[in-house]
Design a binder for this molecule. Structure first.
Ligand code: 5AD
Ligand code: FES
Length: 355
């Protein structure tokens, strides 16, 4: 029994070695590796991930100012607290002036990337383009990231031509049957993939990503997520644990684990050493030291909240989200202290991917 366990661990370590050397594995090997997660294999992967991250980015951690532009959403993703059919969700939309105020505050604090995130359809394409142009002219040295859901190729092109640099659209799961279990019928895996492809072809720096431990997820599905990341080769990848929200159909499902999220962060770093990899707020929500653990596993980005304090609680994708009561300046200070304590520091720069 003990001997079998040891062979399993040795096998996993040799897969990790190979991944670190050639940055690719077969689908079945990814699955084998994910199944072999324990404290020993995770520490082994984290050490190699740390090596690549330090070689490319040193101990710098990029900061992205997250502006939650609105909680209205036309979609009905089964996991999400701001889904359209949640009648308890409080809805708001920031005005253009409020969004620009967030940018001004963020700029003074040292942010050089602003991420405009919101429910799908919360802003019209015209309004998105207008705001992007204003941020572009007011803050020419900043990167503008959009995270506003699915649009047509033509609309994405308009956003890009207005001056947006990056787009985050998590693929949520690379298994189409699983995708359908997490989303209502009118959403489709094919369209999500079409969006990601269009965004990339248009010239955006693109981020995909998925939830760890989402309902009905299996190891085989996570292996597909890793294979997808390997093949799609995104510039950024956002992963965080699934956390149930009380007013959704998935309220009774358990949350994903910190350990599995961190292990996957390490593997993603090994698949694509220069990727921009956030240690997410969701990770900090399920564990008080979650964000530090994510950084130590190989992440190199944090996304503190720049939204007006008055609306923060309303942007509730999952229960018990952290940092909803704090001023942006406090959040940044807190995060910097936490990072310093583990040997890292936040930096004032756009934080583009190093090629
Ligand atoms: N738990 C964790 N992450 C969630 N997201 C949405 N709902 C939840 C939840 N309940 C993530 C999705 C989405 C991103 C903006 O937030 O992956 O793409
Ligand atoms: Fe809003 Fe999913 S419920 S994008």
């Amino acid at each position: 029994m003990e001997a079998e366990r040891n062979t399993g661990i040795e096998c996993a370590k040799s897969l990790i070695d190979r991944l670190a050397a050639v940055h690719t594995l077969e689908l079945e090997e990814y699955e084998q590796l994910i199944s072999a997660q324990n404290s020993e294999t995770a520490a082994y992967a984290a050490k190699k991930a740390d090596f690549f991250r330090k070689k490319i980015y040193g101990t710098d951690v990029f900061i992205r100012g997250l502006i939650e532009v609105g909680s209205c959403c036309k979609n009905d993703c089964l996991y999400c607290g701001i889904r359209n059919s949640n009648v308890n969700a409080e809805r708001y939309v920031l005005t253009e002036e409020q969004i620009l105020d967030c940018c001004r505050e963020g700029y003074a604090l040292g942010f050089r990337t602003f991420v405009l995130q919101g429910g799908e359809g919360v802003l019209t394409v015209e309004k998105i383009c207008r705001i992007v142009k204003e941020i572009r002219s007011g803050f020419p040295d900043c990167a503008i990231t959009l995270s506003l859901g699915e649009y047509s190729r033509g609309d994405y092109l308009k956003m890009f031509e207005s001056g947006a640099d990056r787009y985050l659209l998590r693929h949520e799961t690379a298994d189409s049957a699983h995708y359908q279990k997490l989303h209502p019928l009118k959403m489709s895996f094919e369209n999500r993939m079409r969006c990601l492809k269009d965004l990339k072809e248009i010239g955006f720096q693109v981020g995909c990503g998925f939830m760890v431990g989402s309902p009905m997820q299996t190891t085989a599905m996570l292996a597909k997520d890793l294979k997808f990341i390997e093949e799609f080769s995104p510039d950024m990848c956002g992963i965080g644990p699934f956390i149930p929200h009380k007013d959704t159909p998935f309220a009774k499902f358990p949350a994903g684990s910190v350990e599995q999220t961190c292990f996957l962060l390490s593997l993603i770093r090994l698949i694509k050493p220069n990727i921009l990899l956030p240690s997410t707020t969701a990770l900090g929500t399920i564990d008080p030291k979650g964000r530090e653990k994510g950084i130590l596993a190989g992440a190199n980005v944090v996304m503190p909240n720049l939204s007006p304090v008055a609306v923060r609680k309303k942007y509730s994708l999952y229960d018990n989200k952290i940092c909803t009561g704090d001023e942006s300046a406090q959040c940044l200070k807190c995060l910097n202290g936490r990072l310093n304590a583990i040997g890292f520091q936040t930096v004032t720069s756009r934080g583009d991917i190093k090629r």
